[in-house]
Design a protein around this ligand. Structure first.
Ligand code: XIL
Length: 358
């Protein structure tokens, strides 16, 4: 544990009395610059490789962020390459950096079907899965108690296209334990670190249509189920890998935020980036369209729950999963993040900073 200080920088605790109406404020060309109260806190996910090799990357994170999330280093694959052995070195390096810089830290992710080491894909029985899941969460939280203040406890448990009879994704956890794996994960996390903010994290909450509504409804039902069993859940993370070509359901987001609030649950934006594969090639046009889309989304989310944390999934276009996962047919590089490949602030960063300072 050596270099990690047991000091918690708290993510929560932002004044919710400052319920600012989402006025017509805008930092995009032609828009007035004005807003009355702090609307978001901002952070970024950091990748170990870039973090270790690129001093400008570290400097950008220090300059712009309040919060840091290790992008991949707290996943099972990274922490547990072998059964019965935990490798904390890579995560510790980023966490020590974040602490030294006085940043709050979010952890991602304690229970996910993806990024599982080969040995864990071979779990065979419910009892074995439950034992490993509990042991994993207890070990990781014991180590990072007082260091990581907010955790994605369960990631992506909802089916991509859920139906009333099949709301959950077909994963190793769901096959072996059913939806009770969610209860087990949250219950274990709450006991292992009672002070941590415990978050359910998923994608496709923010657009218009029945599939997105269903995902919001299933999330709210799941929270009610956990609460009925007195299992704590403190937040829902909207990943927000936003597709530029899909309309944002502003009203749906505001309603979701209010529904969560009524249950005493916070909304977070945990993996924001902009998938620009369908946007025009022209860089200026593309960056402005991207920023407008992000602005529409963040205005709704920060109206729903003012002061919410907003984490982008990376910080510079130089390094992002979007270009590989959602390639453009014209082969141009993706521009999904707030800084360009040379670390210049794009209109998306202006939107974020306007909301952060507002
Ligand atoms: C992605 C990372 O960005 C990549 O570097 C990695 O190779 C694969 O995972 N939803 C999640 C994240 O919850 O963990 C994923 O991150 C992106 C989708």
């Amino acid at each position: 544990m050596s270099r990690l200080l047991h000091r918690r920088t708290v993510l929560a605790g932002i004044a919710t009395s400052s319920l600012a109406p989402s006025g017509p404020s805008s930092t995009l060309p032609g828009g007035p610059v004005q807003a009355a109260t702090p609307r978001i806190r901002y952070g970024a996910a950091a990748m170990k490789e870039n973090f270790n090799e690129d001093p400008r990357y570290r400097a950008a994170i220090i300059e712009h962020c309040d919060i840091i999330t290790p992008m991949n280093d707290l996943k099972w694959e990274a922490l547990r390459p072998e059964r019965g052995k935990f490798n904390f070195e890579d995560a510790d390096r980023i966490l020590a950096f974040a602490q030294k810089a006085g940043k709050a830290i979010r952890g991602h992710a304690l229970c996910w079907y993806n990024a599982m080491p080969t040995w864990a894909q071979g779990l065979r029985t419910g009892a074995e899965a439950e034992r490993e899941l509990r042991q994993h969460i207890e070990t990781v939280l014991a180590r990072y108690k007082g260091v990581i203040s907010s955790w994605d406890v369960v990631n992506e448990a909802i089916a991509h296209d859920p139906t009333p009879t099949r709301p959950w994704r077909d994963t190793i956890w769901n096959r072996l334990l059913g939806p009770a794996h969610i209860d087990i994960a949250f219950e274990t996390a709450a006991r292992a670190d009672p002070a941590a903010e415990l978050v359910y994290n998923d994608y496709d909450y923010e657009n218009v249509g029945p599939r997105f509504e269903a995902r919001r409804r299933i999330t709210l039902d799941m929270i009610r189920r956990l609460q009925a069993k007195k299992i704590p859940i403190h937040g829902v993370g909207i990943q927000a890998h936003l597709y530029a070509e899909r309309a944002i359901d502003e009203e749906g987001i505001v309603r979701f935020g209010a529904d969560l609030q009524a249950l005493g649950v916070k909304m977070l934006v945990t993996e924001l980036d902009l998938i620009d594969w369908r946007l025009p090639a022209d860089i200026r046009q593309r960056d402005i369209a991207a920023a407008r889309h992000v602005e529409t989304f963040l205005d709704a989310a920060s109206t729903a729950q003012p002061g919410l944390p907003v984490i982008t999934w990376g910080i510079t276009d130089k390094y992002s999963w979007v270009g590989e996962t959602f390639p453009r047919t014209d082969k141009l590089a993706a521009r999904p993040l707030p800084l360009d490949e040379s670390y210049r602030a794009k209109p998306m960063m202006d939107v974020i900073q306007r909301l952060r300072r507002a």
